[in-house]
Write a protein that binds this ligand. Sequence first.
Ligand SMILES: Nc1nc2c(ncn2[C@@H]2O[C@H](COP(=O)(O)OP(=O)(O)OP(=O)(O)O)[C@@H](O)[C@H]2O)c(=O)[nH]1
Ligand SMILES: [Mg+2]
Length: 392
Amino acid sequence: MAGAADAPTVSVVIPCLNEEQSIASCVRSARGVLDDHGISGEVVVADNGSEDDSAALATAAGARVVHEARRGYGSAYLAGFAAASGTYIVTADADQTYDFNEIPRFLATLENGADMVIGNRMNNIVPGAMPWLHRYIGNPILSGFLNLLYRSGVHDAHCGMRALRRDKLSRLQLRSTGMEFASEMVVRAVKENLEIAEFDIEYHPREGESKLSSFRDGWRHLKLLLVNSPTALFMVPALVLLAVGFLGIVLSISGISLFGREWQIHATIAAALLTIVGAQIVTLALSARTFAVYVLNEKPDRLLEWGQEHVTLESGLIAGGIVFLIGFVIDAVIVGIWINRGFGELSEERLLVFGSVLIILGLQAFFSSFFLSIIGLARERPPNWPSDGRGG
Ligand SMILES: Nc1nc2c(ncn2[C@@H]2O[C@H](COP(=O)(O)OP(=O)(O)OP(=O)(O)O)[C@@H](O)[C@H]2O)c(=O)[nH]1
Ligand SMILES: [Mg+2]
């Protein structure tokens, strides 16, 4: 069992769904490499729904088969990792695309200080092993996007042959059930500042039918990358909207001309819309970051750390209240002018929109401050606090 004195050095974990053509030879070659190099180890096959003889063949070839009720590649890995007892975990597919002779190199890299090692197939793809859609579009774009958002330095973020120190698993907090599990491992490792290494490996044509669905699984990877990065998902579009909206309001209210024309009420309304939506998305970004830190136990980024130290509920309420009041006074003055004119002609549309935008922003800041405080209620208790069994 995990942590026992006779625990093996390495657990080779292989997810398997209907791979009866290749699972036995994969298990045998993993076992053979461990035995040839005198490495104490176990081979764990994670199966969650094979309808063929995969499980029986894996057992006969010397693997320990773990079954998981929930479907999916990620679910299979979660069950396989939970059952693994080695100091190190090495993963690879059950389809003979990876060379198990690489296991010692993965282990040596961990022993030299890496926390996680990921193979890079991109320079050594045997003809026929990877369709061009994955080789030239899917993998480079998704790995590139992952690096743009998370700067992992990993060139092949979907490579199935990897290794990691099992004692780092608790920090990774992996939860994905599908193929996006591969991206989640990298994203979480970056967020936890783990040492990630990579080296080139070969990728061979698979035996049996692929379980990968290019577009459905590609979208699952993309979704995972986005929802783990509130800055990219919310902040970037929000700041663009706010900047354009704010500029539009200033131009149309001040009467300054840009591009050779003055900007009138239509521009004010459009700018108001952009500003309000932008501010709303900023609120979502702050809520998402706060949720990630207080509920999902992620590390706060620098902006949030600064906020934790300098921004209180009270300061949010005061700032929101002041903005609301300014807007309210502007709109009240306009109503006053109207009353003064005996409820007659009035043409203060642009100022009215401006005042109303301030009222909306102020109220939003006021109530969002309360909302952020509510998420903050989830802050951690002492580790020895009695549990009510509900996971809180
Ligand atoms: N247990 C389990 N294993 C799965 C599931 N989906 C895929 N696998 C296994 O996970 C590994 C990766 O799936 P593949 O179909 O090889 O996907 P891929 O490697 O991205 O694509 P190919 O290049 O076509 O091999 C294989 O060993 C599959 O048998 C699943 O839902 N449950
Ligand atoms: Mg495969």
